[in-house]
Design a protein around this ligand. Structure first.
Ligand SMILES: O=C(O)CCC(=O)C(=O)O
Length: 302
């Protein structure tokens, strides 16, 4: 028996005057036309309110050195909340010398630790990212890192080296490391090589290169470009060093953590606009990130 197709026939737009119709003639139109229509970059109102003079000074330092240390970003209540939430998850040690055999890491923070949001979406950090990356940049990964006493230094590395464009080039990602404990000379403060974000592909750190330790009080942060050589420091202090790191990448790149799998839609629906955007509930024009031809936010429960 032949089935009737009448009820399934699509509504055909009436022609070029139909507001739903967008003409795409060539590659340039194709890249600029918002085929997903509702991708609009929802700017963070809090990031817009940041002191622009201070932001400009920090930005200039960041571009010059490849990093900037920003003090007093988080208050003691935010640090305490993070510390107490993290405690129950600090069970695993690194699986290799890069992660650190005497280093504990918590992955998947946006699902596990609500107290991490205040670090990940800090308005000043977002204001910096707005200057460094394209709209709708993504959270690539976020971790709590606890470097235990007697941990050797982590190998120096770049955070965006797995994207296969030869250096020198602009950074494809940007990272923070927040001090939850004070970072001191001997407890594993992040180590960076100033200016190394300008190095070519075939240049590697030598002993003679200047190294800087991000010695800073708890609540401060080192913000750095993904093409800067850096690593966790050696800890010989007799105590552990707790930190939170978040990495952000251009909106057209694959993220390190897959938040679509590690986070339930119910959890995402309850998050701020900024967090939703960072977690990939956005469109990079013309339609990267769509779900069934729609804006991915339309998949979230209301
Ligand atoms: O713990 C730190 O200070 C830096 C960690 C880091 O760079 C990394 O694990 O990729």
């Amino acid at each position: 028996m032949q089935r009737s197709t009448e009820s399934h026939s699509p509504k055909v737009p009436s022609g070029r005057d139909d507001p739903r119709f967008r003409e795409v003639k060539n590659a340039r139109d194709y890249a600029n036309v918002d085929l997903a229509r509702t991708h609009g970059f929802t700017r963070s109102a809090a990031a817009d309110a940041v002191d622009q003079v201070m932001l400009e000074e920090q930005h200039a330092t960041l571009l010059e050195q490849g990093y900037v240390i920003i003090q007093d970003l988080m208050n003691s209540a935010q640090l305490d909340a993070l510390r107490s939430n993290a405690e129950e998850h600090l069970r695993h040690f690194g699986r290799n010398s890069f992660e650190g055999e005497r280093t504990q890491r918590i992955y998947g923070l946006p699902e596990k630790l609500r107290s991490a949001d205040a670090f990940i979406e800090h308005p000043l950090i977002l204001a910096h990212l707005d200057r460094l990356l394209q709209p709708n940049y993504l959270l690539s990964q976020a971790q709590v890192i606890n470097i235990l006493d007697e941990s050797p230094a982590q190998p120096l590395h770049l955070d965006d080296s797995f994207y296969p464009w030869p250096r020198p080039r602009p950074a494809l990602s940007v990272a923070t490391v927040f001090a939850i404990d004070d970072f001191t000379e001997d407890n594993g403060a992040t180590v960076a090589i100033p200016g190394s974000h300008r190095w070519a592909e075939d240049r590697y750190p030598e002993d003679s290169d200047q190294r800087v330790k991000a010695v800073m009080p708890a609540g401060s942060c080192i913000l750095f470009l993904g093409n800067l050589w850096h690593g966790g420091g050696e800890n010989r202090s007799g105590a552990s060093r707790l930190a939170l790191t978040a990495q952000y990448c251009e909106p057209y790149l694959r993220t390190q953590e897959n938040y679509f799998l590690s986070m339930s839609p119910q959890t995402v629906a309850g998050l701020s606009e900024d967090m939703q955007r960072l977690l990939g509930y956005s469109i990079h024009p013309p339609f990267m990130g769509m779900t069934n031809g729609m804006h991915p936010k339309r998949t979230l429960p209301v």
